[in-house]
Ligand binder design. Structure first.
Ligand code: ADP
Ligand code: MG
Length: 705
């Protein structure tokens, strides 16, 4: 048996937590720093020096040799450049370990190698990383040793955001300001701050490393580009919540331990719907910390997998025909004194603040459905959304029976007078305890579902940062709150004005509510009738970033400038083109160097065996072998033709203007050519001798981990 683990002893042991700061900083310095963290006060340079020194001493005790400004450029993953603490050697040849306040607060980074979408011409390569003191520093351990990681924002010389964190922090300030106005309207004078809380559930696949290394498609693109379905898929539903196998269990144990040390509150773990698919959910945290923690989680998942002889796949669709992976973004608004603004209470119908917040969110989501959709767009997610396993690409809201009933009453009678009560669970077994049920069942098919006291945005892809969805959520809800507060602050009779406002918003935005089956074909038709947008692919979704509506929204709340939005759209188009280009080239490479030679070998063997049989026994019937040879040869021709076409369109794509034009071409032409190449190859996999097939099959990959 494994040794017992003292979780509370190791939790956050590698984090420069509030407790550590309190212990190690002079009282005055600690208080100054808290003021910056809690109230956004300017940080004094003397204070910064003291903090830096304490942080360094602490990190060195933890074994750290280097520090890094840890940031989140628009690549979607994190970036770091390590600097050791050593100073220039003294005359006696000794070095000191140094770290100044200036080094803590500001880093300079040659930013020209990160995507900027034209925001920063390459000759102005200066980029700055700036300490985000609201997210704690931590010591990360891996093969390079222990590194002090300082969470930072990343900006250009002229202050434009080049990362995912800066707009997130800006959007958190926006929602704080506007949500406080709503609280004050309801007579709250005590809450000082409203913070978006986020819990990101992370899905992932684990495959055996030795098999992974035989799949060039997984290595280059993170997903399989070829692969026939195994005889068994996930139709038996026997994997979801199934018993966790030893090898996976050992992995999860290690993963939890690593995450806990880094202060990530990994909470739940289970097997997901597909074979070899799993999920981890943390306890929710304030948005920017949750985003950092999700990045740490993804990184740690990969690292720990390699120690266990496995590879963690975070791609949205590693296997065609098998469930893909997403990331549910749970979101709510919490005050510094513990009020959840999305808590309906026992009788939501007479909870006016909740109803106002709810209808404000309806307005926000309905008005900016296109932006929410865009925030979940990445090339991998195009394979998931609308494919009967993930919510469709159409944004709608699910409220559940109880809240829907309240909203219906408001719309139909102008007043809500009752709330459906939660019943008792009847199991028919007297020895089982009588439980209270939730007032509402779940709906797994909705992209934006109210789940008790939070919304769950389920569209996000598993490999994506959760920063963008939360930037959008915070800002669109800030706008709705602002519009509402502008009116209500002027009202003479507040109670009446609130009542009318809630009713008006519910009626105006009723079309965004959908409680039915989001996977059904009819919903697509119905949504179109309602005028809800349906952007099927990432390329269709990107223009939402730069509409007048979007620019007005983000500029008003200081989250993005027009230039920043345009640059982000540019980065998205380029990211898309690059991803598809790599996939197309990987397909070409694999088909040419591995698949076609294997199939030729198979046909040669077949014809040799036909000849051998004929020689040994001229009257023997070789129809089976001949048919197989014919079928294989025909598919080989089909493969070769499709391959030539893929080469042609990929070549053509490279001549298109980089940006929208090129991305559109990849989306409409190259993807089709890829599908057309895959079809005959997957058929070939089913008929060619397994020993000749040049790579592990789906069955090998997902059932034999
Ligand atoms: P499920 O999605 O299966 O219903 P849970 O409700 O337990 O699972 O929560 C899923 C995620 O939502 C967890 O990361 C959890 O911490 C987070 N969460 C729970 N309450 C809130 C909240 N008020 N705000 C934001 N996230 C929350
Ligand atoms: Mg969930």
């Amino acid at each position: 048996m494994s040794e017992a683990l003292n979780v509370s002893a190791i939790f956050a042991e590698d984090v420069f937590t509030d407790t550590v700061m309190k212990e190690r900083l002079p009282k005055k310095v600690y208080e100054e720093l808290r003021k910056t963290i809690d109230e956004g006060a300017q940080l004094d340079s003397v204070v910064a020096d003291v903090v830096a020194n304490a942080m360094k001493d602490w990190a060195i005790e933890k074994g750290a040799t280097h520090y890094t400004h840890w940031f989140q450029p628009l690549t979607g993953v994190t970036a770091e450049k390590h600097d050791s603490f050593i100073s220039a050697p003294k005359e006696n040849g000794k070095v000191l370990m140094e770290f100044s306040g200036k080094e803590l607060i500001k880093g300079e980074s040659d930013a020209s190698s990160f995507p900027s979408g034209g925001l920063r011409a390459t000759f102005e390569a200066r980029g700055y990383t700036v300490w985000d003191c609201t997210s704690p520093a931590f010591v990360k351990r891996d093969a390079v040793g222990a590194i002090l990681c300082i969470p930072t924002a990343f900006c250009s010389y002229t202050g434009e955001a080049l990362d995912k964190k800066t707009p997130l922090l800006r959007s958190m300030e926006a929602i704080n300001t506007q949500a406080l106005r709503i609280l004050r309207l309801f007579g709250n004078t005590t809450s000082k701050k409203v913070i978006p809380s986020v819990g990101a559930e992370q899905e992932y696949f684990l495959v055996d490393r030795a098999k992974y290394l035989k799949r060039k498609d997984l290595i280059f693109t993170g997903r399989t580009l070829f692969g026939a379905m195994p005889p068994k898929g996930q139709e038996l539903d026997d994997h979801y919540f199934g018993g966790i196998r030893e090898r996976i269990g050992a992995y999860m144990k290690d993963l939890n331990e690593e995450l806990w040390k880094l202060g990530v509150s990994a909470k739940t773990q289970h097997n997901e719907a597909a074979p070899a698919q799993h999920e981890l959910a943390p306890i929710y945290a304030q948005a920017n910390i949750a985003v950092d923690h999700n990045q740490i989680t993804m990184e740690t998942m990969k690292k720990v997998a390699s120690r266990h002889g496995m590879v963690c796949l975070l791609h949205e669709k590693p296997f065609k025909g098998v469930n893909g992976s997403g990331k549910h973004d749970n979101w709510s608004l919490t005050t510094d004194d513990g009020i959840n603004m999305l808590n309906p209470g026992k009788t939501p119908h007479d909870n006016k603040m909740f109803l106002l917040v709810l209808t404000a969110i309806m307005k926000a989501v309905d008005t900016h459905a296109d932006l929410l959709r865009e925030s979940a767009a990445n090339p991998g997610n195009d394979h998931r959304l609308g494919a009967n396993e993930a919510p469709p690409a159409i944004i709608s809201m699910f409220l559940g029976d109880q809240i829907t009933d309240v909203v219906d009453q408001l719309i139909n009678t102008g007043d809500a007078t009752s709330s459906i009560k939660a019943g008792r669970l009847k199991t028919g077994v007297s020895t089982l305890p009588a439980l209270r049920k939730d007032a509402t069942d779940r709906n797994r098919t909705s992209p934006f579902a109210f789940t008790g006291n939070k919304f769950e945005f389920r569209m996000v892809g598993s490999s994506d940062s959760v920063a963008s969805p939360n930037v959008v959520l915070n800002t669109i809800v800030a706008e709705a709150f602002c519009d509402i507060a502008d009116e209500l602050e002027k009202a003479e009779n507040f109670d009446e004005a609130v009542h009318n406002m809630i009713k008006k918003l519910a009626i105006e935005h009723e079309r965004i509510i959908f409680n039915g089956d989001g996977y059904a074909e009819e919903w697509v038709v119905e949504a179109e009738r309602r005028g809800l947008p349906n952007f099927k692919t990432m390329v269709d979704a990107i223009p939402a970033l730069t509409t007048e509506k979007s620019i007005t929204l983000f500029e008003k709340f200081g989250v993005f400038t027009k230039a920043e939005l345009e640059s982000r759209a540019e980065v998205q188009y380029e990211a898309y083109s690059k991803a598809i280009n790599i996939e197309a080239r990987a397909m070409y490479d694999i088909a040419t160097k591995q698949i076609i030679p294997a199939v030729i070998k198979a046909t040669t063997q077949l014809s040799n065996s036909i000849n051998a049989v004929k020689m040994a026994c001229p009257e023997a019937d070789t129809e089976v072998q001949t048919d197989l040879l014919k079928e294989t040869s025909n598919l080989l021709v089909e493969t070769k033709t499709a391959l030539a076409k893929l080469v042609e369109v990929t070549e053509e794509a490279s001549k298109k203007q980089i940006g929208k034009e090129q991305a559109e071409y990849f989306n409409t032409h190259v993807k089709v050519a890829m599908d057309n190449l895959r079809t005959p190859v997957d058929k070939l996999e089913m008929i060619v001798d397994k020993d000749l097939w040049p790579m592990p099959s789906y069955g090998d990959l997902i059932f034999e981990v």
